[in-house]
Design a protein. Structure first.
Length: 163
């Protein structure tokens, strides 16, 4: 079980490196048994996956400074699941359940609070509940909207689903 790239904005070497990192990760140890578990138990699986993904990014893209739960503005209370700061660009990776409202909300809020530089925004959705499978098509639709908006803002976007 690996993340599947569903939609992306324009091509670029940095975006392609990020995509390569994400699609290479085997996710079954994090998401094959989390359904049906309590929210705190699910959160621990997601936190382990977050740590793994940050390590992969740090190995493949060592010139980028990586952190987890990064707060771009202290006054907003929002944190980015995985954040990378490179030379003249930033990377924001958000891990969420398959919910289009979360995809849209995170994209809008993070694009508004991140610095004025090139932004590589990644939505990485994982199964949330057994009943969320029908939410996949709406996530896909919003991935397309995010990709279009990112391109218009001269930024980059990629949306992934772990099934």
């Amino acid at each position: 079980m690996k993340p599947t790239l569903v939609n992306k904005s324009d091509d670029g070497p940095i975006l392609n490196s990020i995509i390569s990192c994400i699609v290479s990760i085997e996710c079954s140890e994090y998401f094959s048994e989390h359904l049906g578990k309590s929210q705190p138990e699910q959160k621990s699986y997601v936190t382990e996956f977050q740590t793994c993904l940050k390590s992969v990014f740090a190995h493949v893209m060592p010139d980028v400074t990586w952190s987890v739960e990064y707060r771009p503005r202290v006054d907003s209370g929002d944190s980015i699941d995985i954040f990378g700061k490179g030379s003249n660009f930033v990377v924001a990776v958000e891990l969420d359940k398959n919910r289009a409202d979360q995809v849209a909300k995170k994209f809008v809020s993070r694009m508004a609070i991140l610095p004025t530089t090139t932004i590589y925004f990644i939505s990485l959705c994982y199964p949330g509940t057994e009943h969320m499978n029908k939410s996949r098509s709406e996530c896909v639709k919003y991935f397309g909207y995010c990709a279009t908006l990112a391109s218009r803002m001269e930024n980059y976007y990629a949306g992934f689903i772990i099934e």
